[in-house]
Ligand binder design. Structure first.
Ligand SMILES: [Zn+2]
Length: 255
């Protein structure tokens, strides 16, 4: 009897939050490497060149986020191994699993190799030239004809999701700031609006994380560390939990 009561209590208390579905999206994959950085690593007595791919770092971080959210929500990855997935396929998955939130994970790269730090994006219009450079990198795998349709869709999605996405970005970013900024001496580059097609196509509240600059000669070493990725994943998970705390599905915008 007591066991049944305990079980019922657990179910009652866990039911509302377990109802949420979070889709975590590791950027790139397969032939699409994302950013690439060559580093020199010591192997025994030899020093060898090694290529680090954004697609691998993104998958590693995304899996860690999933592990941390799993006990609380229903979670999925848009890819769980190294394969190419189009932006449209990622968005279709959001519909298929009826995702409430969409979290896209990326690492940054810039021609200016002094750029460093972490930033969190949500879908919105803006006129910032520096942000357009990041958009160009992350949007480049969408075909020309699809872009025309998407301009109309983007406005509709922004209207419906922007306030939820901005709030989600703010909860996640403040967790990253408190857990990662000081500990790993990372620069806080802020919460920013961006026109990322993967966010627009997913049609739900979502964010795109740029967890650090692979092009920065010191930062790349931080990004490769398991401890850093675990801490960053914990921050994302805590931010999501903070955002969903006390919410019901009816309060989230859906198309
Ligand atoms: Zn990327």
């Amino acid at each position: 009897m007591l066991k049944r009561f305990v079980l019922l209590t657990i179910l009652l208390f866990s039911a509302p939050s377990m109802g949420f579905v979070v889709l975590i999206d590791p950027g790139h994959g397969g032939d699409e490497y994302g950013a690439v950085k060559t580093v020199r690593v010591k192997k025994g007595r030899k020093v060898k060149s090694e290529r680090v791919y954004e697609k691998d770092l993104a998958l590693s971080l995304a899996k860690k986020v999933k592990e941390r959210l799993d006990p609380h929500y229903t979670t999925y990855l848009t890819r769980s191994f190294d394969r190419s997935v189009s932006l449209n396929e990622r968005a279709e998955m959001a519909d298929a699993v009826k995702a409430d939130l969409f979290i896209s994970i990326h690492f940054n790269s810039a021609r200016d190799t002094s750029s460093h730090g972490f930033e969190t994006y949500y879908l919105d219009n803006h006129a910032d030239a520096a942000i357009k450079k990041v958009e160009n990198i992350e949007n480049k795998y969408l075909q020309g004809a699809e872009k025309v349709v998407n301009q109309i869709l983007i406005d509709l999605v922004i209207q419906k999701t922007v306030s939820a996405s901005r709030k989600l970005a703010s909860e996640v970013h403040s967790q990253i700031k408190s857990k990662v900024e000081k500990k790993y001496k990372m620069k806080d580059r802020g919460i920013k609006p961006g026109l990322f097609y993967v966010l627009a196509l997913s049609k739900r509240p979502g964010i795109l994380i740029e967890a650090g600059f692979m092009s920065h000669h010191k930062e790349i070493w931080k990004l490769r560390r398991g401890a850093f990725l675990r801490q960053y994943a914990q921050s994302i998970a805590d931010g999501v939990k903070e955002y969903l705390k006390g919410k019901t599905q009816k309060e989230l915008p859906l198309f």
